[in-house]
Design a binder for this molecule. Structure first.
Ligand SMILES: Cc1cc2nc3c(=O)[nH]c(=O)nc-3n(C[C@H](O)[C@H](O)[C@H](O)COP(=O)(O)OP(=O)(O)OC[C@H]3O[C@@H](n4cnc5c(N)ncnc54)[C@H](O)[C@@H]3O)c2cc1C
Length: 437
């Protein structure tokens, strides 16, 4: 691994809860900026959980600041730039290609969550970050001068705590006093990931294996099905979003029989059914859950911040959950460097101000895409198939969280005491900024 450069020691001690992409990015970025880092994770061992996950060019920039990471990710990810969009009957609507238009945004990375997570986790360990598995955080505490957590009966104390403990965050409940009230979004996902060998010779699917990476979406009323070939054409993964009125129990490990997916896809393109014929039974059954936006992500004494899904869960149709979790970590590391050890509370307030509106806007893209696809007027789609394009917003994708935080820290901090400033603070209209802003 190329040598990892750290800024001089800032004397700031950071405790991070959780080793998801929010926690690991915060850890690596804080360490890079010269802060001391301790990471606590409840899992006793690292497990390759999940299936396909996507990182946009906005988080791709963060990976590429970590020497050697891009090369490692190249071995296990793909950088899809084409999407074939079909109707549920199998009729081709359009082929969307974004590579040429988005060269300046930088690279995106898609792959198996377990593989990418392993690469980043191992990277964090190799550069010397103290990660303690088997440490389930059971309590949080803070004073005006410090913050800490309790895990395995031991108290850990630092200048600041970052709770990256995912959608069912205990940090959110204890620190903010918010009872977790997930609500059904009315939708759920089936997911599968498997060896694609039996499909390679299928005349309607062989195109997906030619370059090793094919991506195809079938769209119908209240359901969509997306298939992707991965690992150089060795595997295929698919997700099917459908209406769901079941309860709101959310888990990455819940299962449903394959026959359930067949019910939602009855009458759909026979190609999909050939994919289902070779899909392992059962499927992962993931309920898509809403939570109202939190009024704040930081604790009363401003020494603990929520990051990633703990602060702001995303719908998968935004394709931004992991990227926004990473942007949180990159932003916080800058804010702590700029505040220094004496003004941690200022750092957390600026972090929230810089991130809040951007995250809300990014979350909304998930709803917009889902509704465009699921509630389409098919007579209109026939006249204008382009209306089904996936939105590729420059303000979202061509964005550099580190540069943005560096540029806007001082002006935002100066406005913190101005009661008239409210949430808007200094932010240039968030849907207009890009990496060059
Ligand atoms: C098992 C799993 C599988 C996933 N699979 C996919 C997938 O296939 N595709 C996809 O798009 N997204 C997947 N996700 C979600 C995706 O990783 C996140 O939405 C996104 O990356 C934001 O990450 P995060 O770090 O905020 O949260 P998460 O990735 O959920 O990470 C939270 C971490 O905090 C730990 N934790 C929770 N409570 C405590 C506690 N009290 N003490 C210590 N540690 C704690 C958890 O064990 C976990 O490691 C998965 C998440 C998980 C946990």
């Amino acid at each position: 691994m190329a040598s990892f450069e750290r800024a001089p020691d800032t004397g700031i001690h950071v405790i991070i809860v959780g080793t998801g992409f929010a926690g690991l990015t915060a850890a690596i970025e804080c360490y890079r900026k010269g802060h001391s880092v301790l990471v606590l994770e409840s899992f006793k061992e690292r497990l390759p959980l999940g299936d396909v996950i996507s990182f946009g060019p906005n988080s791709g920039r963060i990976f590429r600041r970590w020497p050697g990471m891009d090369e490692e990710l190249d071995l296990i990810t793909w950088n899809t730039e084409d999407l074939l969009i079909k109707s549920w009957k199998g009729e081709t609507l359009l082929k969307q290609s974004w590579g040429a238009n988005e060269k300046e945004y930088g690279k995106n990375y898609n792959g198996h969550r377990g593989n990418i997570h392993e690469a980043i986790f191992e990277y964090a360990v190799k550069i010397g970050i103290d990660i303690r598995l088997g440490h389930k955080v059971m309590d949080y505490f803070e004073t005006d001068r410090e913050a800490g957590v309790v895990a395995n009966g031991e108290r850990f104390v630092a200048d600041v705590v970052l709770a990256g403990d995912g959608v069912r965050s205990l940090g959110r409940t204890i620190v903010l006093g918010h009872e977790d009230k997930p609500k059904s979004s009315g939708y759920a996902l089936y997911r599968a990931w498997f060896d694609a060998t039996p499909l390679k010779e299928d005349p309607d699917l062989s195109w997906m294996f030619k370059k090793g990476e094919g991506l195809c979406a079938w769209i119908g009323p209240e359901v969509h099905f997306i298939a992707a070939t991965t690992k150089n054409g060795r595997d295929l993964s698919w997700v099917c979003t459908h209406l769901d009125d079941a309860d709101v129990e959310e888990s990455w490990m819940a299962h449903a029989p394959l026959s359930n997916a067949r019910k939602y896809l009855a009458g759909w393109d026979p190609v999909i059914h050939r994919i289902l014929d070779v899909t392992p039974d059962p499927l992962i059954d993931w309920k898509l859950v809403y939570r109202d936006p939190l009024p704040t992500w930081i604790s009363p004494k401003k020494r603990t911040a929520l990051i990633g899904d703990a602060a702001h869960p995303f719908l998968p149709t935004s394709i931004q959950g992991a990227s926004q979790a990473m942007e949180d970590g990159a932003t916080l590391a800058v804010c702590l460097s700029r505040s220094g050890k004496g003004k941690i509370q200022e750092a957390l307030q600026v972090f929230e101000a810089l991130r809040y509106e951007r995250v809300r806007a990014a979350q909304k893209t998930g709803e917009t895409t889902r509704d465009t696809w699921h509630k389409a007027d098919w007579a209109e789609v026939k006249k204008n198939p382009e209306s089904m394009k996936l939105k590729r917003e420059e303000w979202l994708l061509n964005f550099d969280a580190e540069v943005y935080a560096e540029k806007n820290y001082d002006a935002t901090a100066a406005l913190l005491d101005d009661p008239a400033a409210g949430r808007e603070l200094n932010l240039p209209k968030i849907t207009e900024i890009s990496a060059s802003a």
